[in-house]
Design a protein around this ligand. Structure first.
Ligand SMILES: Nc1nc2c([nH]c(=O)n2[C@@H]2O[C@H](COP(=O)(O)OP(=O)(O)OP(=O)(O)O)[C@@H](O)[C@H]2O)c(=O)[nH]1
Ligand SMILES: [Mg+2]
Length: 311
């Protein structure tokens, strides 16, 4: 017999300082004492969002006013398969307080001080440490000038850089990658290298961004902290999830100056493709920093920018 399927809505309740709320499960529930994201089962006739609103009122006494769909993970427990619909909650009314005998704790993704966590939750904690804005380098015509733009962007809080310099000669790209990695690490930011796994490993970069053809060929996840993939359709997104990627870049969302007249996804198709995905998704293509909220309302983790990241 198939184990029952339980649909759940759960919340990463995130404060402006980046800390999020975990709760320990009360003594009278299965997995008592384990730490979880507040939330609970979706009842018949409810949407995931409606269930989330109800559960957070019941469990924490807060009324949420801003919640965006984020990541959906399926986990098989011994007695049931649970489909967890995670939301990012960034605004609410009231002070969270335990209404069901739980203990609450505000936590940092990089330094969790409570244990044990529910087994399904580790990838979600990791996704909470993934910055929401990615800057993709545009250095080729003037690598030196680009480094000062990088420094300004880092000083302004950019935490995630993807090096994508398709035409830079190999030796120059290696030196450039080392330099960018040094500068990002000095600011506690991450560097991702486009497509070249060996280069990422050799330079101490934090991750690799796989192309669609690499996605089709690789059968194991490269051994780096962050592994992302460039995706344009449902098949590539499924493949990225299967390989254990942490995130995907889904593009092109809107028309871009670099590909005028090319077909785009638009936000409706972006939403359709990003729904029910087990990995974080960045929107890419024709966006500006002002589009972050719109992207998140359509199910994105964040946005990736070329030109817009360095102005
Ligand atoms: N709320 C929540 N549930 C999670 C998380 N991770 C995870 O695997 N689950 C599982 O999802 C299910 C959610 O159940 P729940 O016990 O919160 O449901 P509930 O609030 O409606 O409780 P109730 O059924 O006692 O009224 C449980 O099987 C739980 O183990 C998480 O981070 N938060
Ligand atoms: Mg619950």
């Amino acid at each position: 017999m198939q184990p029952p399927l339980i649909h759940v809505a759960a919340a990463a309740i995130i404060r402006p300082d980046g800390q999020f709320l975990l709760a320990s499960r009360p003594a009278d529930k299965p997995y008592a004492g384990y730490w979880e994201f507040p939330g609970g089962k979706i009842e018949a006739g409810e949407s995931a969002h409606q269930a989330l609103v109800r559960e957070l009122e019941e469990e924490l006494g807060i009324h949420i006013t801003q919640a965006t769909p984020w990541i959906t993970r399926t986990h098989e427990y011994a007695t049931a398969t649970v489909v967890l619909n995670f939301f990012r909650v960034t605004a609410w009314e009231g002070q969270p307080h335990p209404r069901e005998g739980q203990t609450l704790s505000w936590q940092d993704a990089d330094n969790i001080t409570v244990a044990p966590l529910l087994p399904a939750n580790s990838p979600i904690i990791k996704a909470l440490s993934l910055p929401t804005l990615m800057g993709i380098t545009q250095a080729q015509s003037d690598p030196h000038g680009f480094l000062s733009k990088l420094d300004s962007a880092l000083a302004n809080g950019l935490k995630l850089i993807q090096i994508r310099e398709k035409d830079m000669p190999a030796a120059e790209l290696q030196a450039f990658t080392r330099e960018v990695t040094l500068r990002t690490h000095a600011q506690h930011a991450y560097t991702i290298v486009n497509s070249d796994i060996a280069l990422a490993l050799a330079t101490g970069a934090d991750g690799v961004q796989l192309t669609s053809s690499q996605l089709a060929q690789l059968d194991t996840r490269p051994d780096l902290l962050w592994v992302g993939a460039s995706c344009h359709n449902a098949d590539e997104l499924s493949r990225a999830a299967q390989l254990g990627c942490d995130y995907a870049l889904l593009s092109p969302v809107l028309p871009t100056a670099s590909h005028p007249g090319a077909p785009t996804l638009g936000w409706d198709e972006f939403t359709r493709l990003s729904q029910q995905r087990s990995l974080a998704i960045f929107a890419l293509g024709g966006l500006t920093p002002a589009d972050l909220q719109t992207a998140q309302q359509h199910g994105a983790h964040g946005i990736a920018l070329l030109r817009g990241a360095w102005q």
